[in-house]
Design a protein around this ligand. Structure first.
Ligand SMILES: Cc1cc2nc3c(=O)[nH]c(=O)nc-3n(C[C@H](O)[C@H](O)[C@H](O)COP(=O)(O)OP(=O)(O)OC[C@H]3O[C@@H](n4cnc5c(N)ncnc54)[C@H](O)[C@@H]3O)c2cc1C
Length: 413
């Protein structure tokens, strides 16, 4: 069995940022990646662009070096940035090695069962993604079999779908962006909408991410969320496509996307939707109003003028409650993601929703086990390119100076 002091699982931005920190400290480690560096970004659809501005490609020791910090690079340039990053410090990535199971090793430490054989590690860091397993509502299985039903990660481009109308189920960032992609290609799109926050792309010519970075928005800690479930709330509806622009319900409707309520049921060739579109729009407007209130309060305190904050026009919702699926060729589920650790990590180290039980990225259940890159692991920025470096530094420090109990290895559950 191969032996390593530290094994990092996953070579996305989180695993690489940590590897960078450990390399700098001279800590022996290896990064096991089931496919390729930056695989999650590679699997996004063809027209995908970064949603946060280019300057946020700011992993430790490797700031954005291009000439368009306020732009939004396309998918392949994000991947290229991660590849350059890994090469810049010779990250010890073993690509094509999937970790299929993890348990306590008899003599202490961890035994990782991988597609390339067993590996023993004193300490393990799971960097397997902020958005691990696509969530499909239970109604998903009831669509007629002649309609192609896929998750967002299997969507590439409008031309790859069968002809006909498309139903997109879920209206977070991904659902809105896929609806735009399809609509721009001349496809008829219906969007089953849920509750998601929105915001303007720019205020007074500056990106919303820049404005929010001047406040405590991205520092918002997990402990301040009203419930642990709130970490499943969608990110702000926005896009970086075509230079970046607003992409919320009002914009999509003006584009010609048919907005519907939550998908409730499919009966034969009819799909039924809840009469809740107005409430979903109101939810987003309320979150926007709260964001405006925060900007008004915090910007002056930080020495900035408050930009003009546009008031959304009234939204009259009169959606169809039922549609005929006969003309539809595809349905795409974009109803969020769930953690997937419990499937292969054989420790009771997760909350009822599958998120790690952790403080400062260290498992509170299993000594020697750490996490990085999880949505709201420490703060709102934990899963973002310009936030994960901070968490990686916290993990690196903890790995070299673990609490005393960690030297005894994990408890066998
Ligand atoms: C639609 C969308 C748009 C986004 N836009 C932005 C944005 O504009 N800016 C931003 O900062 N963030 C954005 N994010 C968030 C960001 O993409 C993710 O948070 C980011 O990919 C997380 O990085 P990560 O390294 O934690 O995980 P990932 O990039 O998902 O990397 C995890 C890696 O682990 C590997 N892996 C998983 N399981 C195993 C296993 N068992 N064995 C071995 N390897 C394994 C995977 O193959 C993968 O390469 C976006 C997210 C989504 C869904």
């Amino acid at each position: 069995m191969a032996d390593s002091q530290v094994v990092i699982v996953g070579a996305g931005q989180a695993g690489l940022a940590l590897s960078h920190e450990l390399t700098g400290m001279g800590v022996d480690h290896v990064v096991l990646e089931r496919r390729r560096i930056g695989e999650t970004w590679r699997r996004r659809w063809d027209s995908f662009c970064l949603v946060t501005p280019n300057w946020t490609m700011d992993l430790p020791g490797f700031p954005y070096a291009g000439d368009d910090p306020q732009g939004f690079v396309p998918r392949d340039e994000i991947v290229a940035y991660l590849e350059r990053y890994a090469a810049s410090f010779r990250a010890p990535v073993q690509a094509g090695v999937e970790v299929q199971g993890m348990e306590a090793a008899a003599g202490g430490g961890f035994r990782l069962r991988t597609s390339a054989g067993d590996v023993h590690a004193r300490q393990v860091v799971l960097a397997t993604g902020a958005y691990q397993r696509p969530h499909r509502p239970s109604v998903a299985s009831t669509f007629p079999s002649r309609i192609l039903a896929i998750d967002a990660e299997d969507y590439t481009s409008p031309g790859a779908l069968p002809p006909g109308q498309v139903l997109v189920v879920g209206s977070g960032q991904t659902g809105c962006q896929l609806s735009e992609d399809l609509c721009a290609a001349g496809r008829e799109v219906s969007l089953a909408c849920g509750r998601a926050p929105w915001g303007p792309r720019r205020l007074a010519g500056l990106d919303i991410v820049d404005w929010l970075s001047r406040t405590t928005w991205f520092e918002f800690p997990l402990s301040a969320l009203p419930t642990p479930l709130a970490r499943l709330t969608a990110n702000i509806q926005l896009t970086g496509r075509n230079g970046g622009h607003d992409l919320h319900y009002r914009v999509l409707r003006a584009m010609g996307v048919r907005l519907l309520g939550h998908l409730e049921a499919v009966e034969g060739s009819r799909a039924r939707f809840a009469p809740d579109l107005a409430q979903s729009v109101a939810f987003g407007d309320q979150r926007y109003a709260e964001m405006c209130a925060m900007l008004r309060k915090q910007l002056p305190a930080a020495g900035f003028d408050v930009p003009e904050l546009p008031v959304p026009p009234p939204f009259v919702a009169d959606p169809s409650l039922e549609i005929d699926l006969d003309g539809f060729g595809a349905v795409i589920f974009t109803a969020g993601f769930r953690p997937d650790y419990a499937r292969w990590v054989h420790f009771p180290a997760f909350d009822p929703w599958g998120f790690p039980l952790a403080v400062d990225c260290a498992s509170t259940v299993v000594p020697g086990l750490h996490f990085v890159g999880v949505h709201f692991l420490r703060t709102r920025r934990s899963s973002l390119m310009f936030g994960v470096g901070e968490d990686a530094a916290v993990v690196a420090r903890s790995l070299v100076a673990p609490p005393p109990i960690a030297s005894e290895g994990p408890a066998v559950p």
